[in-house]
Ligand binder design. Sequence first.
Ligand code: GTP
Ligand code: MG
Length: 197
Amino acid sequence: MVIKTAEFLKSSSRWQDCPEPNLPEYAFIGRSNVGKSSLINAMMNHKDLAKTSQTPGKTQLINHFLVNENWLLTDLPGFGFARVSKSIRKDFEKIITNYILNRSNLVNLFVLIDIRHTPQKIDLDFMQWCGESDIPFSIVFTKADKLKPGAADKNVAIYREELLKTWEELPEIFVTSAEKKYGGDFILDYISATNEM
Ligand code: GTP
Ligand code: MG
């Protein structure tokens, strides 16, 4: 898919305030600092469409972007951010889960995972919850530029093995680097393939 236009639409603190659910929507989710906003910018070929930061917890609202005037891309706040109070963390989680469960036009969630880490309980639990809630998702490994290709492949293989302990079938898996701008095209192709746009 060629990106002709990408524009910021709205930031919302509740799913009820999000733009009209009249276009197919794809959302990026994952732990704070995993690289959601950076990958959105890389895919959209835009330096700062989505706000990024070295400090976790940058994205605190549900951000909607309109792409090619026919689909919506969503940048969500990160989950599992340890340095905010428990009540704020719970508020974030509520925003995210309510959004996911109520957003009628959501086609697929992209769950972002830092390729450098071993499988973390918080991500595995989140994917489990998606499965139980019938929410379609794919896995996107981020920051692949931070590892040598062999080490990246090894970590993906470890992840697959971990998932196969609980899942019969693996979701679609993408390996990306926002820094080096690779992998995003496969996600865009996947988005066009899952939708008639
Ligand atoms: P929150 O909004 O806080 O949840 O974070 P986020 O997931 O949106 O992460 P963000 O895109 O803001 O990136 C966090 C940090 O990781 C920034 O310092 C980015 O420059 C860095 N980063 C993101 N993607 C990559 C990547 O592919 N490679 C490298 N080397 N750094 C990256
Ligand atoms: Mg962000």
